[in-house]
Each structure stands twice: as C-alpha cells, then as structure tokens.
Design a protein around this ligand. Structure first.
Ligand SMILES: Cc1ncc(COP(=O)(O)O)c(C=O)c1O
Length: 510
C-alpha cells in the first residue's frame, strides 16, 4: 500500500523540525480542508524563504500558486496513475521534433508508455503535467547532486541573469570557478570550459592527438563518451577490433581511428597496445563506467591503463562527465588515486546548466589555442549564468562531510533493497559507488558490457512502470544508473524503497 503523503509529510516534518512557512500554515487552515487527504501541494514556496536557507526545505509540503489559480500535485497510485496530458504533449511534440524529443532516451523506447512531461522540480521530487509527484532518481542524468532548485544555486543564477546572460568575453566568474576547481582538485592544473560533455570529450581527443601527433584512440566497449563521431562505435568480432560505427553519418574512416576493447580485460588491452602502439594518441575510459549499467572496474585495471599509456607514450583520458564531482570532489581520479593526463567533465560542474570542461597539467593545456596549436572555441563557453550555477553547486560540495553523508544515505537505501531481494529470493543486486547505484536483475558482479543479459531488461521495464505508478522515477532504461542527491531525505528513500519493494513483488510474481 502506498504511504499516504500526509503521513509522509508529517514524518518529514518531525525529521526536519517545525514547518517553517507560516504562510503555508495559514493557507492550510483556509484551504486545506478542501483538498483530498493524499494531496501534496507544492509552491515556488516563497522565493524569499528559499534564498535565506542554505539547506533546501523541500521536505515540507508546498503550495504552488499560478496567476489563474492553484495547481496541486499528488503521488500517483496504481489506480490513479495517468499520462493523459503527457501523452497529448508527446503527440504534438512528435510533429515538431524527430521522435518528439531532443535526445533519444527521452522517448521512453525501452520502457512502457509515452514519456512523462515534467514541469517542476523541487529538491528530491519532480512534478508532471498530469499533477503527479515523483521521487526522482534520474536527477537530470546526474548533474543535480544537490537536487532540484537548491536555494543557493537558484539565488546565484538569478543574480547572474540579472547582470547579463552572455558577453562572449571573459568575466569574473571565469576566475572564481577556475580557482574553486583547481584549488580543490590535485589531478589538474588548468581547465577549459565548453558547453557539453560531448564537446569536452571531442576537445580532449583533439588535444591528445595534437600533443602526441598520433591519430588512433582506444576506447572500451560499454563506455559512452557522448556523440563524438569517432567514439560512437562498437567493437566488431574479435579480441581487438576497429570500431564499427553505431550511427549513420559517420565515415568509416573516422570509425577506423578507434580501436574498441572490452573492459576488465588486460590481455585485450595489451594486444591492442602492441598492435597499434605507435599510432595510439589516447586511451579513453569512463573510470567508473556508468552508461551501460554500472560496470565497476578493479583499481588494478585502471592502474594498468596508466602503465600502458606511459609505456607507449600515449595519453590516458578519464572521461569523468558522470563521475567528476560525484564520487568525491576529485572524482574517480581521487577515488582511485590515479593521475590521468586529461580529464573531461560535464553534468555536475555546471550545476544543471549546459556546461562541460576538459582539464590537464599546465604543460598539456598549453597546447590549446590561443597559447598552442590545438584549436577549440565556443560562443557560449563559460557562459556567466552557467558558471554561477557551477560555482554555487561546487561550493556546497566542499562542505565537510558532504560526500560521506551522500554515500551513507545511498548505501542504506541499496542495502535495504538488497536485503529485501535476498530475503524474497529475487535475483537482483544494487551495485553502487558514492551516490550512484544500479538496480540490476542479476546476482553476478558485472564488469563488462557482455556480462549484461539483455533479456533481463524486460524485468526492468516492468519495474519502471510499477515504480512510476507509485511515484518513483528512474531513467527510462535498464542500462541507466540512478543518482541520489543531497536533497533526498531519509523519508524520501524509505518511501521509494517501499514502493520499489511493492513493485518488485509484482515483477517477480510467478
Ligand atoms: C561519460 C560521459 N561522457 C560524455 C557524455 C556526453 O555528455 P553530454 O550529454 O553533456 O554531451 C556523457 C553523457 O551522459 C557521459 O555520461
């Protein structure tokens, strides 16, 4: 049975101290009786209140006022869940945009039903156009480590917007974010900001090629690096193969510059390095592979990459678009204590705005124009509004105990689910690192993409739908990981775990 939202709100109230919003109390007194018991009301909640609080207070109920009335949101239940309005919007969107979306996974092709259109996010929750509330574990695919609309970030962004949205010149924000990142990250000396993770990776590869004067790239099957032409490739058959393009529109000659090897396979890597040694500009890896499930590698494998790169005079690129600032301020480099040559960032570094970056030692970065010959530019690079969001977000991450608290919460959540599955005999595990976790329908540790049984994605599909019906939102694919944010309260996680357990009972029903 779904937890009643009013019960939940009461729980949260106890946890978080008295309800702070006097206006809300008065409002409740006046209108509360008219609402169904299980209604959560959300408001832009007093921007004034938000700006004063460094800790988001999304946990308490909110009121949301529109000019022409009030909109209320409730958790769905299996009986009430609807996608009526979302479905209508999607039909219209399909007439405007290919597949109705601007990024393929958003089309919900791997799960059931049309995509849900969201119109608001506060803290750990997102709210859809059909008036439903969901605990969000997608968190915009990772950037929202503080949850939705953290007051300190919103505040700084609002100030920045008011000062000017873009100048196409250096701004004081540049130095602020530069200092913030570089003073607190021991693995990089200089950084260049761009506008997406893809752009960061594309630029990092150009830099590696420019420095080494070689062309080939080694990538790993199951790692995703954005839609960079040369990296949108998969392995052919055989231990060490040239990439085969996974998209139309990529010349074979580009794909041939990429050699694809399996993860967690030292022999395959050694063979690739031996065969192409003098031509390889870089080995690129997601040190915490989190785009094809969560294929956690042994540290020894990542150390091997470092050694191979050194031995063969090529660069080691850590693509930390997901792991950067997620598993610690120094990301995977810090977590494993491995020095890559170049690191790419995205997602968290922009605090929810479109930002990417690549960074390296001073010697390497000074190959980038205008100092060096490797050209790379961007009209909106280091956009002041985006930098303000990044600065505000990264500042919060540096608070003592931030990552420890997030990891503890995540572990508690996954351990509860693991115990439930073990007790019920459900074949499922929840690997996690920091605040990243992956609900996977297997009892085996998975380290390579071919460890994943594609047929099991049918189970994820069922779980996804049942969770949606109960107010829990996961990214719409079983290959995607989940993220816990600082805004997820213990009550949120308890609620989500109960709803997942209820869903899994249906998934595994014989
Ligand atoms: C590891 C990694 N690299 C690169 C990218 C591409 O980033 P973007 O989608 O911002 O272009 C992603 C996106 O998810 C990613 O996870």
């Amino acid at each position: 049975m779904a937890v009643e939202i009013n019960d939940r709100a009461a729980l949260q109230k106890d946890e978080n101290g008295p309800m702070p919003d006097l206006v809300f109390r008065v409002w409740c007194l006046v209108f509360g009786g008219a609402l169904p018991l299980t209604t959560v009301c959300i408001s832009a909640k007093n921007i004034h209140n938000r700006q004063r609080q460094s800790t988001p207070k999304h946990q308490t109920p909110y009121t949301k006022h529109y000019l022409c009335g009030m909109k209320k949101y409730s958790y769905p239940t299996p009986d009430t869940f609807t996608r009526t309005r979302s479905g209508e919007l999607f039909e219209t969107a399909k007439t405007y945009f290919p597949g109705g979306v601007h990024s393929p996974v958003r089309a919900f092709k791997s799960v059931q039903g049309p995509p849900i259109f969201f119109e608001k996010g506060v803290g750990s929750h997102i709210y859809d156009v059909d008036g439903q509330a969901f605990v969000d574990f997608c968190c915009s695919w990772g950037p929202l480590i503080l949850g939705h609309c953290p007051p300190t970030v919103v505040d700084r962004v609002q100030q920045a917007v008011a000062e000017g949205m873009s100048f196409g010149t250096p701004t004081p924000f540049d130095n602020q974010i530069g200092k913030l990142v570089l003073d607190n990250h021991r693995y990089i000396d200089m950084i260049r900001f761009v506008s997406s993770g893809t752009e960061a990776v594309m630029s990092a590869i150009r830099l590696a090629r420019g420095v080494t004067k070689r062309n080939k790239i080694i990538k790993f099957e199951g790692c995703y690096h954005g839609h960079v032409d040369a990296l949108l490739v998969k392995a052919g058959s055989g231990l060490v193969t040239f990439g085969i393009s996974t998209s139309a529109g990529i010349p074979e000659s580009f794909a041939k510059e990429t050699i694809v090897v399996p993860l967690a396979d030292p022999e395959a890597l050694a063979a690739a390095m031996k065969e192409y040694a003098g031509d390889v500009a870089a080995i690129i890896v997601e040190p915490i592979p989190a785009n094809n499930g969560l294929l956690l590698q042994d540290r020894s494998f990542l150390q091997l990459l470092r050694r191979q790169a050194d031995e063969h005079g090529c660069m080691l690129i850590f693509d930390e678009v997901i792991s950067g600032f997620r598993v610690g301020f120094e990301g995977a480099a810090g977590h494993y204590n491995i020095q890559p040559d170049i690191i790419t960032f995205g997602k968290i570094i922009g605090g929810g705005m479109p930002v990417g970056a690549y960074a390296a030692s001073r010697t390497i970065m000074e190959h980038v124009a205008p100092v060096g010959p490797v050209y790379q530019a961007g009209t909106l690079s280091a956009n002041p509004v985006a930098m303000a969001a990044g600065i505000a977000t990264l500042t919060e991450l540096l608070q003592p105990g931030f990552y420890e608290a997030l990891e503890t919460k995540t572990k508690g959540f996954t351990q509860r689910l693991q115990s439930f599955c073990d007790h019920k005999g459900y074949e499922m595990t929840f690997p996690s690192i920091g605040s990243i976790f992956w609900p996977t329908f297997s009892n085996q540790r998975m380290m390579r993409s071919d460890d994943i049984d594609g047929a099991k994605m049918e189970l994820f599909k069922k779980m996804h739908l049942e969770c949606l019906k109960r107010g829990v939102y996961f990214g719409p694919s079983g290959y995607e990981v989940g993220f816990v944010s600082a805004a997820h309260t213990q009550a949120d996680l308890n609620f989500a775990a109960s709803m997942m357990e209820e869903s899994l009972d249906l998934v595994f029903v014989v």
